[in-house]
Design a protein around this ligand. Structure first.
Ligand code: FAD
Ligand code: NAP
Length: 339
């Protein structure tokens, strides 16, 4: 029996914690339940929104439609070879708990992605990434319910058009599918990636000479805990903007004008510019307006210190985009999903 809640506050379901309501709200913990909800007369023709951990969204107004909270759980080992293990994970499982599950079994591949908030089902949405690893590196396939046909479809790695914080589900397929499970390919003898950011320095501080799945996960947890605001204490959705990737020619013009610009060459010859550097240079870091602002340690992270409205935080992001555009000629793109 489907249980709908009307005019429901969803403030506590998002990490930004802005005060908004959903016209209709319900949870589902199986594909059968989900299909039952979607076939219900009360839902027909209403806008639908899938909610995972709510850590990559900002509501600027109440949601006039139905918010469906995904609570599909379960981890199943589908296949094991000499070198790899394929695990199918319910979309409602917490991402970091799944990482810790793999760490406890000494399975490698996602240790660099420790402590990313949110659920497994959203991980392919923006091809979550950190410290030089993206889920596309360990992604085998996913199952998703087509909202038009109410049939389950399977997507292999190449079907997902994974890119830098991008996938088909954040673009052409946005709002058209509900991801119900994801299958990952984990390594029994992983090749570690410790050269990114502060991982090596942190391993040294911890006295680790031989990296392991557990040591790298611990190092990433330590760095992230020291640098990033905990959403339980300060509302935020991680990086609000993507790092822009620009062509070589435009980059050279920029470098000439701003020789200290933080940048990283890409395999295709383009250059990734650290958006946090651009925002920081313009004096935004640590800026507070009323109960919201830009985090003091990380210019990419917009924060809600109290009961701020989503619209105010959104307007602040527009001001930042305008000022970066004016000085550097670069149009920053929001990474956070806006509703
Ligand atoms: P939600 O915010 O609930 O949803 C995000 C989008 O996906 C929405 O459009 C939603 O409708 C859609 N969606 C959710 N579940 C499904 C589903 N099952 N099927 C279809 N659509 C769905 N991201 C990174 O990539 N790297 C990081 O290092 C990182 N660090 C972060 C640190 C902090 C402190 C915070 C707050 C966020 C960070 N993020 C990071 C962003 C965020 O945690 C990830 O994008 C995460 O995958 C979002 O998961 P979620 O379940 O919270 O998604
Ligand atoms: P950081 O290590 O201080 O680095 C700053 C920026 O430089 C990052 O955005 C990163 O790009 C880039 N960078 C650093 N070393 C690089 C290298 N060797 N090669 C290419 N690019 C490099 O960043 P941080 O803020 O502490 O975050 C650490 C990691 O966690 C990053 O990968 C970041 O993406 C991830 N993170 C993501 C979110 C989110 O919400 N999306 C939030 C917090 C942290 P990339 O971002 O492309 O890696």
């Amino acid at each position: 029996m489907v249980q709908f809640e009307y005019n429901k506050s969803i403030q506590e379901y998002t990490t930004f914690g802005v005060p908004v309501k959903a016209e209709l709200f319900c949870t589902f913990s199986s594909v059968t339940e989900l299909k039952e909800i979607l076939s219900d007369k009360r839902v027909e023709n209403k806008p639908q929104l899938i909610l995972g951990g709510g850590s990559n969204m900002l509501f600027t107004k109440n949601f006039e439609g139905v918010v469906l909270k995904n609570e599909i759980l379960g981890k199943t080992t589908l296949k094991e070879t000499e070198k790899e293990v394929f695990i199918q994970v319910g979309a409602g499982e917490n991402w970091h708990e799944f990482v810790l599950h793999c760490v406890s079994k000494n399975l490698g591949g996602i240790e660099n992605l420790s402590l990313i908030p949110g659920n497994v089902g959203a991980s392919p949405m923006q091809n979550i990434g950190a410290y030089g690893v993206e889920i596309k590196d360990v992604f085998s396939s996913l199952q998703a319910l087509n909202l038009q046909t109410l049939e389950i479809e399977e997507f292999e790695n190449e079907d997902c058009n994974f890119g830098y914080r991008e996938s088909i589900f954040k673009n052409t397929h946005k709002g058209k599918y509900i991801i119900t499970s994801v299958t990952f390919r984990l390594q029994k003898e992983p090749v570690f990636n410790t050269s990114y950011g502060a991982i090596e320095a942190q391993l040294n501080t911890m006295g680790v000479t031989e990296p392991s799945v557990k040591a790298i996960s611990d190092a990433v947890i330590a760095i992230r805990t020291s640098k990033l605001p905990d959403p339980k204490e300060i509302g935020n959705a991680g990086s609000f903007f993507k790092n822009p990737v620009i062509d070589k020619k435009s980059f050279e013009v920029l470098l000439d004008k701003f020789p200290s610009i933080a940048h990283y060459p890409q395999p295709d010859g383009k250059e990734k510019i650290a958006a946090g550097w651009l925002i920081d240079q313009l004096g935004w870091k640590g800026k507070t307006i009323g109960e919201y602002g830009v985090h003091k340690n990380q210019a990419l992270v917009l924060v809600n210190y109290g009961e701020s409205e989503g619209r105010d935080i959104y307007n602040l992001s527009s001001e930042i985009i305008d000022s970066v555009k004016e000085t550097y000629g670069i149009e920053l793109e929001r990474e956070v999903n806006i509703y």
